[in-house]
Design a protein around this ligand. Structure first.
Ligand code: PGA
Length: 318
């Protein structure tokens, strides 16, 4: 093998950048999460480590990347430019990893999946057989609320995404694969549980507990109330399905949650599902993936696996 002469060096490679990939990863996390502390927690690093990486990166680039704004940090124009570049670098690297996996078949590789929080009650069961059949494929499952999951889709971070309400502003394949009934729950023993058929309007004097802003469950709840022309102002917002269940059990109010968040017998958790006209709201869980991205072999195999086990007839179009 002969060495390339310097004239044949591809553009950009004559001078090796002084920034490291580790610094770039920290920089991207600070830019995305709006603070060094949050980025450090997300990356499982110490805060001073991330601060130092950002300082060294700014020195290597020769320009400040952040400026203080309010209580947090905002990107400078150079920082804005760099964050786009960094995401392109990492997206290219990810494509390389996926192509490597393609060459290796299903023996080795990585599959990045994102899912809204409510799917955590059933997704591990769905992934289990695939994970056991292909121990060489590392599965990275990110679990966040709908808004955060949409941001990940926009950044093209994952191959497959499980969610209830896919966004319409992105080019996506959507595969509805499982029903997602949304029910109204109250504490076990609540007087309303004695009633056979309730109308939504009969509940509005009870406190309504909802998920945090950005949650798909909260969005679906508001959509359903709008469809019924009912005004039911939330009394409290809580950051997780489990927090809602605890609060409902403690008698703090009623809530609309996916039936999947409850076990087979809600009474065992101190909860009851109310019989309300128009409920359960019938929604679907979707697996979605970007149209502008070719699915890797592990991702295609997982889709086929889920399809054959659920017996879903609508074929995904990988
Ligand atoms: P979430 O999940 O409430 O955790 O966001 C529901 C969804 O968006 O599909």
């Amino acid at each position: 093998m002969t060495m390339d002469s310097p004239e044949n060096t591809p553009p950009g490679l004559e001078r090796v950048p002084r920034a490291t990939l580790v610094q770039l990863r920290s920089f991207e996390a600070v830019a995305r999460l709006g603070g060094v502390g949050r980025a450090a927690r997300a990356l499982h690093l110490a805060q001073p480590t991330v601060s130092t990486q950002i300082k060294e990166l700014a020195t290597a680039i020769g320009m400040p990347l952040f400026e203080p704004r309010g209580r947090g940090l905002a990107l400078t124009p150079h920082g804005e430019l760099l964050v786009g570049t960094v995401r392109e670098i990492f997206a290219t690297w990810q494509r390389f990893e996926e192509q490597t996996a393609e060459l290796q078949g299903l023996r080795r590789g990585r599959l990045r999946i994102a899912a809204v929080t409510t799917t955590e009650y059933f997704l591990p069961d769905l992934l289990g057989p695939f994970a056991r059949a292909h121990p060489g494929i590392d599965i990275e499952l990110a679990v966040e609320n709908r808004d955060q999951i949409i941001a990940r889709l926009e950044r093209n971070e994952d191959e497959l995404t499980a969610m209830m309400l896919p966004p319409t502003h992105l080019p996506l394949h959507r595969w509805p694969f499982l029903e997602n009934p949304l029910v109204i729950i109250c504490a076990l023993g609540h007087p309303l549980t004695q009633r056979k058929r309730l109308k939504l309007a009969q509940l509005t004097h009870e406190p309504l507990l909802v998920r945090e802003a950005g949650s798909g469950t909260r969005l679906a709840t508001h959509q359903a109330l709008d469809e019924h022309g009912i005004e039911w102002r939330p009394r409290m917002a809580l950051g997780s399905n489990e927090a809602i269940k605890h609060a409902v059990r403690a008698g703090l109010g009623l809530a609309v949650l996916s039936r999947h968040t409850l076990g087979d017998d809600p009474a065992r958790e101190g909860l009851a599902v109310l019989q309300v006209t128009g409920f359960p709201i019938r929604r679907m869980w979707h697996l979605v993936w970007r149209r502008d991205r070719a699915l890797s072999l592990p991702a295609r195999t997982l889709l086929q696996d889920i399809r054959s086990r659920l017996g879903v007839r609508t074929a995904p179009a990988p």
